[in-house]
Write a protein that binds this ligand. Sequence first.
Ligand SMILES: Cc1ncc(COP(=O)(O)O)c(C=O)c1O
Length: 478
Amino acid sequence: MPSPRATPRQKSLTSPHGLNPALQRMDYAVRGELVLRAEALAKRLPGDYPFSRIVYCNIGNPQSVGQKPLTFVRQVVAGLTHPELLKGDLPDDVVHRVEMFLGRSHGIGAYTESKGLPLVRERVAKALRKRDGVSADPDTIFLTNGASEGVKVLLQMIIRGPDDGVMIPIPQYPLYSATLTALQGRIVEYYLNESQGWRLDVNELSNRLRSAREQGVTVRALCVINPGNPTGQVLTRENLVEIVEFCEREGLVILADEVYQKNVYVDEKPFVSFKKVVTELGSSVELASFHSVSKGLFGECGMRGGFLEVVNMEQDALDMIYKTLSVSLCSNIVGQVAIDVMMTPPQPGEESYDLFVKETSDIYESLKRKAGKLSQALNTFKGVSCNPSEGAMYLFPRVDIPQKAVEEAARRGYASADVLYCIELLEATGICTVPGSGFGQAEGTYHFRTTFLPPEDQIDGVVTRMRDFHDKFLVKYS
Ligand SMILES: Cc1ncc(COP(=O)(O)O)c(C=O)c1O
């Protein structure tokens, strides 16, 4: 006789309230509905569409749209992965770098210290001293899986309960809103001023902080993205000083997202790090800054290399970052090595130097040309205005969407009329962008975010197809 079985219990995750509601509420537009539609559409191509492929302008993932990897970083990673290659004809400086790593690690197949290899942290500190002209301590540097991991660790530390909040820019990169939602912390929005080139105004910070406090939020940190995503503005040193002084006065931690520090296209606004300003002012403000190999001129998004540097934090805080990172043992070693190469590239006189300079300047000059070309073109579209991209990899044009389109979007249940705009743009042209509503925007305004990463010879085609679509959209909903 088979033994009687107990009545099965309802499955845990499929029960009506089985999933974490905070994660259900969490949204990440950059990989959201538009991308899913684009992927579905790609599978139907070539079909009955006026285009033969999807142009992915939705995400800052340069190598996915044709950017070539830099030779030096790939050679170092190759040599480390398979040291037999060192017997071949790799350049001397590659061999030297690989031997240095092999001599001070157990190779890429072994876990490292949870903060990352001491060798890399020492060399990052040295490179930061050179960048900023102020001291840097390897013990305050933590290597992470991309900048994202560092941001998440800091936000986890900061949000202690449901009344704690963090100020984030609007528009923002949705890593911040998504993580804060998941942590059930409070999002305190501050708006960048679009009519002044997405300026970060300290009066706006003050007003938003005051009103958040009046509503019972314990505001603990301010996040600044410089250069901005999706907005592309670069902050001046004067602006950084004001922000540091504001945070010091108000007791806020600064979370400085500086992953686009090498993507600055305007000579009059060189990148200045928060670390430099905090140190030069002698400020006691607590700061965490984030950097990554995904952006800049490396574009090695898949290597997941990042680091965070903290300043003015007590040992308790450093210990907690360490403990949190140690739960996942260590960041991946390829990413750690890529960070080393990015922070200390080949130097003059070394064998790889000329090629490295050529490859990086080609990428930089091309990004700069594409940024200018696309923003100038967008500004000639009827009802579109677009601040130029001073930095980063994106444009965030504002679009006057006709009332009928607003009504149609509402009828279809879209979160905003720019969702309708981006869906129709995708379906008419194959160009995949992200609706402005995914980043946040001032009430009653509509935007979309586009990268300017596709190869230069595709940019003219992108502009023509966008313009054609835009004109038809206006007629359709007039
Ligand atoms: C402003 C900003 N911060 C952080 C990240 C995350 O980068 P990573 O690939 O290093 O995790 C991105 C990625 O697009 C970004 O735009």
